[in-house]
Design a protein around this ligand. Structure first.
Ligand code: ATP
Length: 363
């Protein structure tokens, strides 16, 4: 549906997009995810045609967009700031996109009603836009974009102004809406959780480049390098020394954990050359038990609980693992689902951590 080939964008001397290669499939919910300033909005705006490119190609539906202005592209954009007219009614706001449409009034009214229904605002047509909540305004902006029946809907941080509860609700509604209308959605977000929840595939960007393009589960469980691992969720890192390599396994000595064999399939291959080896694992990949309590994990180490962060359904424990020489590792973060009626271990108490070599990644 959308293809970017070796896309570059300069703002004066500043190289904002540095060779973007990207294919977005028809009907896909695709996200551009990255920290502030990585170029995700710039990329979205070049697809929309609001921003020219310095070199490279943007194709939409196999058509080169080089000479196609924004208003002639089969795309429509929804902005973070909603951009709706507060003095107009909801229906007038939605109908705004149809102002040059030659169809008779009754047909346009029906289209407005249909668009309002799609976003769950049936019956809101006569309300004034200024009297709507943030979530309702965002729905109006969506309806106004959808009424034009674009092939691609571009969404620039559309939910970032909403409170947490509303944002989570709108995330689910947007997924449903996208499935229902079947339009390709391209979302810009800096919120990794939002990208994981909503997307079929995600491009993670840093400094004007795509670091990894993958499905959410692959990004989370198989990040290509430390930057991606660190940006998506929490990843613990422990220094490792490579002892030997061969026959599909790498033998490493990991601070705190000891000697382990890592299968080659668990090696992240794209890290910076010369970077010291590290073992990474997610907080939920290991488990923590008060010392002495039996557990079933294949490997166990001891440690001391440094910090306890209670979240209701689960708790984060920062644990310093015992080293062979009697010292302790840097704290690693372990998450455990809370079990009703079971005590939560205190700061300063000893615990054993259980883990499996299969849950580790070698960076
Ligand atoms: P954010 O989430 O903060 O919006 P982003 O990843 O969307 O970040 P962009 O808005 O694409 O980042 O900006 C990428 C870089 O390009 C930034 O360093 C920004 O300062 C710069 N930039 C963006 N627009 C312009 C412009 N019109 N002129 C000069 N520099 C710009």
């Amino acid at each position: 549906m959308i293809e970017c080939r070796d896309l570059h964008k300069y703002y004066g001397d500043y190289h904002a997009l540095r060779g973007i290669d990207l294919t977005i499939r028809e009907g896909e919910f695709f996200s551009l995810l990255g920290p502030s300033g990585c170029g995700k909005t710039t990329l979205l705006r070049t697809i929309a045609g609001f921003e020219g490119i310095s070199s490279g190609v943007v194709l939409i539906d196999d058509k080169d967009m080089a000479r196609v202005p924004a208003n002639k592209r089969p795309t429509n954009m929804v902005f973070q700031s909603y951009a709706i007219f507060p003095h107009l009614s909801v229906a007038e706001n939605v109908a705004f996109g149809l102002r040059r449409d030659p169809r008779p009034r009754a047909e346009k009214d029906a289209a407005v009603e249909e668009a309002l229904k799609m976003v769950g605002l049936t019956g809101y047509g006569k309300r004034r836009a200024h009297a709507l909540s943030g979530g309702q305004r965002q729905r109006v902006a969506l309806a106004r974009a959808l009424i034009l029946k674009p092939k691609v809907l571009l969404l620039d941080e559309p939910l970032s102004a909403l409170d947490r509860k509303m944002r989570e609700q709108m995330q689910v509604e947007l997924i449903k809406l996208q499935r229902q209308v079947g339009i390709t959605f391209v979302l810009v977000t800096h919120d990794q959780e939002e990208a994981l929840v909503m997307s079929d595939r995600i491009a993670v960007m840093f400094e004007g480049q795509i670091a990894q393009l993958d499905e959410p589960e692959s990004l989370y469980s198989r990040p290509v390098d430390r930057r991606v691992a660190d940006f998506i969720g929490v990843m613990n890192f422990l220094p490792a020394t490579i002892l030997s390599e061969g026959e599909g396994v790498i033998h490493v000595d990991v601070e705190g954990l000891g000697e382990i064999e890592i299968p080659e399939s668990r090696v992240a291959r794209h890290d910076e050359p010369g970077a010291p080896p590290m073992i990474g694992f997610r907080p939920e990949a290991v488990s923590i038990f008060p010392e002495g309590q039996p557990q079933t994990a294949p490997r166990q180490n001891g440690g001391v609980i440094d910090e306890v962060v209670y979240y209701g359904d689960m708790t984060y424990y920062d644990v310093r693992i015992d080293e062979e020489d009697g010292t302790k590792s840097e704290p690693v973060r372990i998450s455990m689902r809370n079990v009703f009626g079971r005590d939560i271990p205190d700061v300063g108490t000893r615990a054993s951590i259980g883990w499996s070599p299969a849950s580790l990644i070698l960076f």
